[in-house]
Design a protein around this ligand. Structure first.
Ligand SMILES: *[C@@H]1O[C@H](CO)[C@@H](O)[C@H](O)[C@H]1NC(C)=O
Ligand SMILES: *[C@@H]1O[C@H](CO)[C@@H](O)[C@H](O)[C@H]1NC(C)=O
Ligand SMILES: [Cu+2]
Length: 564
């Protein structure tokens, strides 16, 4: 048995991880305690992203790929040109350039079910970079770099959305055919494209007129797969203030939902959306939560301070509104934590998404008054808690993603047309890790030793829908108490512009649990995976086992697929 054990030491109620690597990710000192046993978490600046972190995706347990737009980044490719994409190593906190040669301003991405990442769209090129507006890019983590397929996207895609379908293909949806601050009919692209094309041959566009009805605020539409037991491909598609449930197999609208109260939720009055954690004991009943945005396209307009929750499969469901923790936010990022809570972070308190207008002392900030404090939302209690603040403004073009060790990587912010340093709201390269309160818990963290007898995070472990998998974990007893274990699977998604394509959090049923007499504090668990790919898309995901609120030392990366 692989015993690359991680030792725990408990000091002053905090938790320090000791392992054989340099301890670069040690927890920062505790910030002010709110109440005994609970903290506000802490930020730590850990490194530089090399390119602005406009798009981010966790590609393996300790690596994040960033994609920027075409601009003059200090990080250079081997040929001397500025890199547009980098791979960030979470152990060494260093970034290396990747090979993208077409303009990625601004794109979307999602994983194919086979475990290759797709990213598509962009803008015009320049003397050194080609146009990216019809480019599709593939990233295979086992190769570790991009392959660009230029000109294969049948129409121009600027600010499209993307989602992984239950069959493992990706859908590229909407956007405009040319760069714009606000969309308009002449450049609208109310169509979708599926990759790879279902019948082979070239990619084709299919008309999707619902998007035109949402002009001018239909860029980066929100899209989520709706869970069902009938093997149907049904999507929740939302922009501006309106959403529908759409059956992709029959090309019909199943439900037209009521308009969300409050402001406009999609680009450039950007809010965010998540499907709150799905639960097998509740038959995976989906509830979407849409937060933030703004009411009017006006620089000084206070950001929308409301969130709406809507049950997508309950007949005649109404929006259940709250005050978004009392803080308006445009361009928030919503990040699931391992325990199912949602971290809202980044964004601004006034304005809308986009670059400054004008320069120097005359700069007009279209987004202003950065919000420095993350809020932790409990989707069951429906409560918000204010956490420790960052010192870095993170507004337009910033990101946040969960890391399998339970922390959150936060990067980016570039409300500038091109790299501008040492100015107000500079192009921001600093990468922060946010350590949520649960990492300071005194509850022992589980250490996942193996999954289906394979040591974790050496390779993606293949698993299939409905399968019962076996895990061996170690967890110290907490003052003689047995661990209280829960399990979940998280698809970390592709993050850009406050959207998180194909994101998903699903609780897993622990079907059996017993002490393993072969080693102290060791347990064997059997865990049942979700029954079908409408619940969580096929492709790379992480299985987590947590003890009370304490996340595992690391989640276990799997490649989830249909049984052959
Ligand atoms: C996944 O499918 C895409 C599209 O067909 C292909 O280009 C890619 O190589 C495949 N990846 C793997 C890991 O097989
Ligand atoms: C996206 O969603 C996934 C899974 O739900 C989560 O792990 C990730 O942190 C989220 N990121 C953002 C920015 O919403
Ligand atoms: Cu953008």
């Amino acid at each position: 048995m692989n015993v690359k054990l991680v030792l725990f030491a408990f000091l002053f109620g905090g938790l320090i991880l000791l392992n054989d690597k340099t301890n670069v990710n040690a927890l920062p000192a505790l910030q002010a305690r709110q109440d005994p046993g609970s903290t506000l978490g802490a930020f730590k600046i850990v490194g530089k992203s090399g390119v602005n972190a406009m798009h981010a995706v966790l590609v393996s347990p300790r690596k994040v790929v960033f994609v920027d737009k075409l601009e003059n980044n200090a990080l250079k490719r081997p040929d001397g040109l500025s890199a547009l994409s980098s791979e960030y190593d979470l152990d060494t906190n260093t970034a290396k350039p990747l090979g993208i040669y077409t303009n990625t301003f601004c794109t979307s991405g999602s994983w194919l079910g086979n475990g290759t990442l797709v990213e598509a769209g962009g803008d015009k090129g320049d003397a050194n970079y080609r146009s990216g507006i019809q480019t599709l890019r593939l990233y295979d983590p086992s190769v570790g770099d991009w392959v660009e397929l230029e000109g294969i996207v049948p129409s121009n895609r600027w600010y499209p959305a993307m989602v992984t379908l239950p069959n493992g293909n990706v859908m590229i949806l909407g956007g405009s055919t040319a760069a714009t601050g606000v969309n308009r009919a002449e450049i609208d692209n109310p169509t979708y494209t599926i990759f790879p094309p279902p019948n082979g041959g070239p990619l084709t566009d299919t008309a999707f007129p619902f998007l035109s009805s949402l002009l001018p605020y239909n860029l980066y539409p929100m899209v989520h797969v709706i869970p069902n037991y009938e093997g149907k491909t049904q999507l929740f598609i939302f922009a501006n203030q309106n959403g529908i449930a759409y059956d992709l197999d029959t090309g019909t609208t199943i439900t037209t939902y009521p308009k969300i109260p409050g402001g406009i939720r999609s680009y450039p009055l950007t809010g965010t959306s998540v499907i709150i954690p799905l639960d097998p004991t509740d038959y995976y009943k989906p509830t979407v939560m849409i937060c933030g945005g703004n009411k009017v396209y006006e620089l000084t307009s206070p950001a929308e301070a409301s969130c709406g929750r809507l049950e997508l499969t309950t007949p005649n469901a109404a929006w259940e509104m709250d005050e978004f923790g009392g803080q308006g936010r445009v361009m928030p990022d919503a990040t699931f934590l391992v325990d199912g809570s949602i971290l809202f972070v980044n964004g601004a308190a006034t304005g809308f998404a986009g670059y400054r207008k004008g320069g120097g002392a005359n700069a007009l900030w279209v987004n202003e008054n950065p919000v420095f404090t993350p809020f932790l939302y409990d989707p069951f209690a429906k409560t918000y808690k204010t956490l420790a603040a960052s010192t870095i403004p993170r507004m337009y073009h910033s990101v946040s993603t969960l890391i399998p060790d339970g922390s959150v990587l936060i990067a980016g912010s570039n409300p500038q047309g091109s790299v501008s340093l040492n100015v107000k709201y500079s192009t921001e390269y600093r990468v922060e890790i946010f350590y949520p309160p649960y990492l300071y818990s005194s509850t022992p963290r589980p250490n996942i030793i193996s999954l289906q007898t394979s040591p974790i995070n050496e390779n993606r472990i293949p698993v299939s829908y409905g399968q019962e998998v076996t895990m061996v974990i170690q967890v110290k007893s907490d003052g003689g108490n047995q661990p209280v274990l829960k399990a979940c699977i998280i698809h970390h998604g592709f993050i850009t512009h406050s959207q998180n394509f194909s994101q998903r959090y699903v609780y897993l049923e622990i079907t059996n649990f017993w002490a393993d007499s072969s080693a102290a504090d060791q347990y064997i668990l059997t865990i049942k995976l979700p029954p079908n790919p409408t619940i969580i898309s096929p492709g790379p995901s992480y299985i987590y086992v947590f003890n009370g609120d304490a996340p595992p030392v690391s989640g276990a990366q799997v490649l989830l697929q249909q049984a052959a």
